[in-house]
Design a protein around this ligand. Structure first.
Ligand SMILES: NC(=O)c1ccc[n+]([C@@H]2O[C@H](COP(=O)([O-])OP(=O)(O)OC[C@H]3O[C@@H](n4cnc5c(N)ncnc54)[C@H](O)[C@@H]3O)[C@@H](O)[C@H]2O)c1
Length: 358
């Protein structure tokens, strides 16, 4: 079995997850971490049990490193991706691709120019809750999906004076890009129009709106809506004994998808650890709707069902070691980024934005 060396750029919370996945992969030989500040590089390297450096050029010039995974702050994603691709490294870069559309387009252009592997970390494509929904849709179990609602209400977790609350990017890129990406994936038709609104902030120290209603119309005339508020869910006081999902299931947190089709519907409910499927049938009296499938899962499986970054990264290491192409193309991730930037334009200019404008 061919093994590769992997560099992880950015050793914060998500960098730790990337390192954990690289350690778990049988396709990975050696891992090196990067942080720009030498003291932080040393400290995080020690904590994560890996070699680390503050010298990015040393990583990019090392011919033995085949894969760079980027878990740094959003502002540097584009630059680090493009430099890594040009240095001949395969790249897995966290979402959002970049803080502006021009940079995201430059990343895809660098992939085309170099012909090297680039995948973006929309890891919900590897999370069982959503792959199950996608499988049900692809099997035709709900007919043609015509309407999709995502409602996401959560507690404030960007915190004061962090790169997230000060970011030049927005909540749409940092957070909602996942959920816009899923809506595109589920509906399976290109987005044509975007109309989005945001209301005045509840969290005054954010450099970006904290509540959005994003409406999409797809080429096949299906529609979708994403409704997001970041402040109603009760604040988590990080009690280690707290069973978080149980608490959040009825304290204002809400993350639920409904996909309505011509022959049935699907509901995916994160805080209830549950997916359900309805089937519609005809009868002499009326259209009949019945819940025909319900899946639940234990908390031990949360990571695999909800946010399977680990599984995604393990798989990407395998793809790169075997010389296989990305499973989730960066060109597709760019379409999601366009939808997000179209929503921002729509909010700013208070009008419907055609995706073809982006
Ligand atoms: N896929 C997901 O569900 C998911 C979840 C969380 C975070 N993320 C993404 O992962 C990235 C990191 O988020 P996080 O939660 O780990 O944040 P974090 O604040 O915990 O970590 C960010 C790290 O980047 C480091 N950093 C700063 N400048 C850098 C540079 N120039 N080069 C390399 N590192 C640099 C910081 O020192 C810090 O250690 C973000 O892009 C975020 O959007 C994705």
């Amino acid at each position: 079995m061919k093994q590769i060396n992997v560099a992880v750029l950015g050793l914060g919370g998500m960098g730790g997850t990337h390192v954990g996945a690289a350690k778990a992969s049988p396709y990975v030989n050696k891992i090196i971490g990067y942080e720009p500040d030498p003291e932080r590089a040393r400290l995080r390297g020690e904590e994560l049990g890996i070699e680390s450096t503050a010298d990015l050029d040393a990583i990019l010039n090392d011919p033995d490193i085949a894969l760079v995974t980027i878990a740094a702050i959003n502002a540097v994603h584009a630059e680090q991706t493009i430099r890594s691709l040009r240095a001949g490294k395969a790249v897995l870069c966290e979402k959002p691709m970049a803080e502006n559309l021009a940079d995201a387009k430059n990343m895809v252009a660098a992939e085309a120019e170099t012909g090297i592997f680039l995948q973006i970390g929309f890891e919900l494509h590897y999370s069982k809750m959503y792959t199950t929904v996608k499988d049900w849709i692809d099997a035709g179990l709900i007919g043609t999906p015509v309407n999709c609602h995502c409602r996401y209400y959560c507690s404030e977790f960007h915190l004061k004076n962090t790169w997230r609350s000060r970011s030049k990017g927005t909540m749409i890129g940092e957070k909602l890009s996942h959920y816009l990406d899923l809506q595109r994936w589920f509906m399976g038709s290109p987005v044509e129009d975007v109309f989005s609104m945001h209301a005045p902030n509840a969290v005054t120290y954010f450099n970006h709106p904290d509540n959005h209603q994003i409406n999409l119309r797809f080429e096949n005339d299906a529609i979708a809506n994403l409704n997001f508020v970041m402040h109603i869910g009760e604040t988590d006081h990080t009690d280690p004994l707290l069973e978080l999902l149980e608490k959040q299931s009825d304290d204002g947190h809400f993350l639920q998808y409904h996909i309505f089709g011509t022959k049935g519907a699907i509901e995916a409910d994160v805080f209830r650890r549950r997916i359900r499927r309805w089937e519609f049938s005809d009868s002499p009296k009326q259209l009949v709707s019945k819940i025909v499938e319900t899946l639940t899962f234990p908390k031990e499986e949360d990571q695999v069902w909800f946010h399977n970054t680990h599984g995604q990264n393990v798989r990407v290491a395998e793809l790169v070691a075997k010389g296989l192409p990305p499973e989730n193309p960066a060109t597709d991730a760019l379409e999601t980024m366009k939808v997000g930037f179209a929503a921002e334009t729509s909010e700013r200019e208070k009008r419907i934005v055609k995706l073809s404008e982006m």
